[in-house]
Design a protein around this ligand. Sequence first.
Ligand code: PCA
Length: 213
Amino acid sequence: MTATILLTGFMPFGGERTNPSWQVAAKFDRTTIGGAAVRAWELPVNLKRAGQALAGAIQMAQPDAILGLGQAGGRTALSIEQVAINLVDQRRTREAGGAVGGKPIIADAPDAYFTRIPVAAILRALARKEIPAERSLSAGIFICNAAMYLALHTTRADPAMPVGFIHLPYAAAQAVRHRTAPSMSVEMMAAGVESALGVIARTLARPRGRAAT
Ligand code: PCA
């Protein structure tokens, strides 16, 4: 049976007209990568509604793997997130961590989950394509971190299921209004995400075992 990868992106937020995460995710909806069928889903930038939309997407797509994408304006490279923490501050209009305040996403749930996508293999694939990428040790405490946490928490009964998140820099078009911020073309980000999906698809094709991160 064909494996399915659920690929999520977010709606625009923080005064932006576009969000590269959805621009990239939408490109892969109903495509096949490495033998896996990709289904793209757009999430709202609101904790409760994003959680509901994600739960609905998982219900509908019954995915074998989940890759979340989000915008992190200011990042210089595709950021493969290592960890999602059980903390959210919805007053943040920006994605960066470090705010005071915050409450658990789910009360009495684990403090954190490590990603379940193979970060090192993805970084190697992106390096081969000459696409700037890095391992990130914080997905912030806004909605992207929450979406990653909820995806990992929801699928915790299946520890071999690849579930992870990649933050994207501003798209080049957005940087017109953020003169000093780094940016990347949507095409290059999409090429990077395609490579990451290919690596994830390969892990699905193998007999199930705990993926090295
Ligand atoms: N980035 C925000 C939320 C939505 C998005 O694309 C974040 O990093 O939390």
